[in-house]
Design a protein around this ligand. Structure first.
Ligand SMILES: C[S@@+](CC[C@H](N)C(=O)[O-])C[C@H]1O[C@@H](n2cnc3c(N)ncnc32)[C@H](O)[C@@H]1O
Length: 231
């Protein structure tokens, strides 16, 4: 049984309504497809918000456009998201990748989505209505503390879009070490990046990744995949 479901969905529980829907009804509502015009409007709105975020903080957002549905599908597949019970997303942005993970996840699985940008975080909190996700404002550097704070087990999946090439080297090293330390044995770390810095930072911990290009994306980029050796 999941403790404190309302707190899990949103990381500032005091601001939540006490009269939340029952968990099962929420899961059904989250899984019900919306009409196409509503989906299109939401997509355009996400793209505008993303572009604004990039203009305000280019080095932090690292990309002008949210991930394509092709990239989202590949990330879900590379992560084997449907097999995991505990998942983490670093840098959910406007939530396209998060929704793709949620669509593949088991009903009892849980996803911790850590976003550094306060505008993206607020948007995710307002729009992601799924009891399986915790939307947390913070840095990937805090991964060990946040897993502990939300009492989550070692994740079998960590998916990351955070730009290792533009962040300070010391931060990148701390995040790489935290990912390798927190991932469950046999767990998958999947990172999507244009540049190869992520591979250099992870190599001392998890060795060489498998790499695949996804060209149907703006910009085309690489998907890096590691599997942590079983203990
Ligand atoms: C390339 S975008 C990916 C967004 C989204 N997942 C997608 O694919 O459309 C990178 C995201 O990582 C976030 N980010 C950058 N550094 C971060 C950090 N240290 N911790 C958490 N999120 C971070 C940015 O704010 C941005 O939302």
């Amino acid at each position: 049984m999941h403790p404190e479901p309302q707190q899990r969905r949103r990381a500032e529980p005091r601001r939540l309504s006490a009269t939340a829907q029952p968990e099962a009804a929420k899961a059904v509502a989250a899984a019900t497809p919306r009409p196409l015009p509503a989906q299109f409007a939401s997509l355009v709105s996400d793209q505008i918000a993303f572009l604004r975020g990039f203009i305000a903080h280019p080095e932090q957002v690292g990309s002008v456009w949210p991930s394509s549905s092709f990239l989202e599908r590949w990330l879900v597949r590379a992560a084997q998201a449907e097999q995991a019970r505990s998942l983490v997303e670093l840098g959910p942005g406007t939530g396209g990748t998060t929704r793709a993970l949620l669509a593949a996840m088991r009903p009892e699985a849980r996803l911790l989505a850590i976003e550094l940008n306060a505008d993206f975080h607020a948007r995710l909190r307002a729009r992601l209505d799924d009891p399986r996700v915790i939307v947390q404002l913070g840095s990937a550097e805090e991964l060990p503390e946040l897993l502990q704070r939300w009492r989550l087990p070692a994740p079998e999946v960590i998916v990351s879009g955070i730009p290792f090439s533009t962040m300070p080297k010391a931060s990148a090293e701390r995040i790489a070490a935290a990912i390798a330390q927190c991932l469950a044995p046999g767990g998958r770390f999947v990172a999507y990046q244009v540049r190869g810095h992520v591979a250099r930072f992870l190599a001392p911990h998890l060795g060489a990744p498998r790499v695949r290009w996804e060209i149907v994306n703006v910009p085309p980029l690489r998907v890096f995949r590691w599997v942590k050796p079983a203990a």
